[in-house]
Design a protein around this ligand. Structure first.
Ligand code: CP
Length: 319
């Protein structure tokens, strides 16, 4: 593996899940692999889980790790070609990326959507510039349109927690005060589509009208606009807010009747509640659901270590 930027890089899901579970049982089994190698984590946006879980994964593999908080510690980086740099940006991506690559063996990069220019976001400009301007392995720590390490951790968690052979998984939109990117629902959807084929999952998306995802993710999905109907018999409820794709970056609804509460959970098959975190309490989900034994958000966060470790291990093995 050289790149991990989407579900297309993971291969057979069951094999990847088994590998992650094996690392969870014996985290230091491959600590020789990363010795004398350096991982750089470059963050253009804040992070708690991604930063700490990837560092922990690196530690298990004997990798050293350096972190650049590019959003406030570094120079503002220009990505446009041929531009006269007389504005805010002090460094061009054409120098920044190859320089970072001099200092490390693998780069992880987080670069969120700006929610201003849909084409720019959906072309994953920053992530692809890292691929273009250096020749070392690249891991997405959440791009403008995908969060594959999160989705991999989510699927590991579902496999650990499922009590039926064909679990029904419902991705539900929920309200939020700010406009959020579509990266998590896009990514979760593409991983669930693969899981529907390879692991026999049933996958349903529910959201208010106007919150359709981009076709490349949304096509061939079952969509139910009535949230209560969608939640009936669910084994897993994955709540997430996202802003509109069609009216790009806009908040079309803050309807709190979409908040996940005990009445919503009562419609399910004693479902487990999932969210990638951070989560807005009593907007996305009520305290009594999040604080209940049905919530598996902490287990999800723990599995971020093993999704990252599986990916880093595969990269190190192919170097
Ligand atoms: N879920 C997730 O990626 O969390 P952070 O933004 O804190 O890294």
């Amino acid at each position: 593996m050289k790149y991990f930027t989407s579900v297309n890089d993971i291969g057979n899901l069951q094999q990847a899940i088994n590998e992650a579970k094996s690392l969870k049982n014996n985290p230091f089994a491959f600590e020789h692999l990363g010795k004398k190698k350096m991982l750089a984590l470059v963050f253009f946006n804040p992070s708690l889980r991604t930063r700490m879980s990837t560092q922990k994964a690196a530690f298990h593999l004997g990798l050293d790790c350096m972190i650049l908080n590019a959003f406030n510690d570094s120079w503002t980086i220009e990505t446009k070609d041929g531009i006269i740099m007389d504005g805010k940006a002090g460094e061009h991506i054409k120098e920044a990326v190859p320089v970072i690559a001099q200092y490390c063996d693998i780069i992880g990069i987080r670069a969120f959507a700006n929610l201003q220019d849909r084409d720019e976001d959906y072309n994953e400009i920053l992530l692809n510039s890292f691929k273009k301007y250096c020749d070392i392995p690249i891991i997405s720590l959440e791009s403008s349109i995908r969060h594959p390490l999160q989705s991999f951790a989510d699927i590991i968690t579902i496999e650990e927690q499922k009590v039926v052979n064909k679990p029904k998984i419902v991705l539900t939109w929920a309200p939020h005060p700010k406009a959020l990117p579509q990266a998590v629902p896009n990514s979760f959807t593409e991983w669930m589509k693969k899981a529907s084929v390879e692991l026999d999952y049933e996958f349903i998306i529910t959201h208010p009208k106007g919150y359709d995802l981009a076709d490349e993710f949304y096509s061939n999905c079952t969509i139910i606009h009535n949230q209560d109907e969608a939640l009936e018999g669910a084994d897993f409820v994955y709540a997430k807010n996202w802003s509109s794709y069609t009216e790009y970056g806009q908040i079309l609804s803050k309807d709190t009747s979409w908040t996940i509460n005990t009445h919503k959970m009562a419609l399910t098959n004693n479902a487990k509640f999932m969210h990638c975190l951070p989560v807005r309490r009593n907007m996305i989900v009520t305290d009594d659901v999040l604080d209940s034994s049905q919530s598996i958000v902490i287990q999800q966060a723990k599995n971020r270590i093993y999704s990252a470790q599986t990916v880093l291990k595969r990269i190190l093995e192919s170097m």
